[in-house]
Design a protein. Structure first.
Length: 322
């Protein structure tokens, strides 16, 4: 992708048009599907609500936000978790996103805290004796490098820890003041941050799997890297964070996917990093393919374009006068 560092376009009309797409794509039940008219899904609904927060001065947006909030609260399970779709009966990783979105609303504290408690008490699978023995043998044989004693969060309950669901859970925890976190939550946060740093690929960044297998370094990907970096904002002085930020900055000219462009810019802005404006590239892609009707991409792009966003707000540029 060619990036014009001098591009100066008014992105407000484009930003507003994305928010209108979200409002018009909302289902009659109040939720959003992954595509317009698709079955309402927790992930899509959560990101749509996060994106629409800045548009709450608009009457249509206020109504849309209220209906979306009600959909999430209505479909929270008895144990405090959320499933991917309302028809399912088991909660999973999307609980972090639902609680994150509802945390922006007054009057949703009970649902947020029930979701938060479920996340704090949701543990990955614990290896048995034979699995631990096999891991020690594998590590000594240089099959894999990661430390599986460091627990994060799984995609589904009682399975292994993965980078992205761990990042989403940490992002949720970081929205709460320290004094509101229990000792258990504080311990889990510290261990999960250590897990993310342990899973960093050689050279910086994260991928969806292991950082190294059979002595071969894993290839970092933009998505997992962005979410891990946003989860580690409280540890910005760690070498893993600095190295991964450099990796992401260097990767910018190669990024082509619309969602990767959006979340990468949002992440770098949150760290106060200098980067060429990607607003024009996002708009060009949207004009060409309408983001293929993907509601999550529309919502994340709208969130990235919102310089007044409350979630992942832009930090002061590192080269700004002090």
């Amino acid at each position: 992708m060619t990036i014009d560092p001098d591009a100066k376009r008014d992105i407000r009309p484009f930003h507003d048009s994305l928010l209108r797409v979200l409002i018009e794509s909302q289902n009659s039940d109040g939720g959003w599907g992954y595509h317009p008219a698709g079955q309402s899904a927790t992930e899509a609904t959560a990101w749509a609500l996060c994106a629409l927060q800045s548009f709450e001065g608009d009457s249509a947006a206020r109504e849309s936000l209220a209906r979306g909030k009600d959909w999430l609260i209505r479909n929270q399970l008895a144990d405090g978790s959320w499933p991917v779709f309302a028809s399912q009966t088991e909660g999973c990783w999307v609980t972090s996103l639902a609680a994150l979105a509802l945390n922006e609303f007054t009057g949703a504290s009970d649902a947020v805290m029930r979701g938060f408690d479920w996340v704090a008490n949701s543990w990955p699978r614990t290896p048995n004796f034979f699995q631990r023995l096999r891991e020690r043998v594998s590590r000594s044989a240089n099959v894999t490098r990661q430390d599986n004693s460091l627990s994060g969060w799984p995609w589904t309950a009682k399975t292994s820890s993965w980078v992205e669901p761990t990042a989403y859970a940490l992002i949720l925890m970081n929205r709460f003041p320290r004094e509101r976190l229990s000792n258990l939550a504080m311990k889990r946060r510290a261990v999960a941050e250590a897990m993310l740093c342990d899973r960093m690929c050689p050279g910086g960044g994260w991928n969806s799997g292991n950082p190294m297998v059979y002595g071969v370094a894993g290839e970092a990907l933009v998505g997992p890297t962005v979410w891990a970096l946003l989860a580690l904002q409280n540890s910005a002085d760690r070498s893993e964070v600095r190295e991964s930020l450099r990796w992401l900055e260097e990767k910018i000219p190669e990024i082509c996917g619309s969602v990767s462009v959006a979340i990468a810019q949002m992440c770098l802005e949150a760290y106060g990093r200098n980067t060429a404006s990607l607003d024009s590239q996002l708009q060009s892609v949207f004009e060409m393919d309408q983001f293929l009707g993907n509601i999550c991409v529309v919502a994340l792009a709208a969130l990235a374009l919102d310089r007044s966003r409350r979630l992942f707000p832009p930090a002061a540029r590192l080269d700004a006068p002090q």
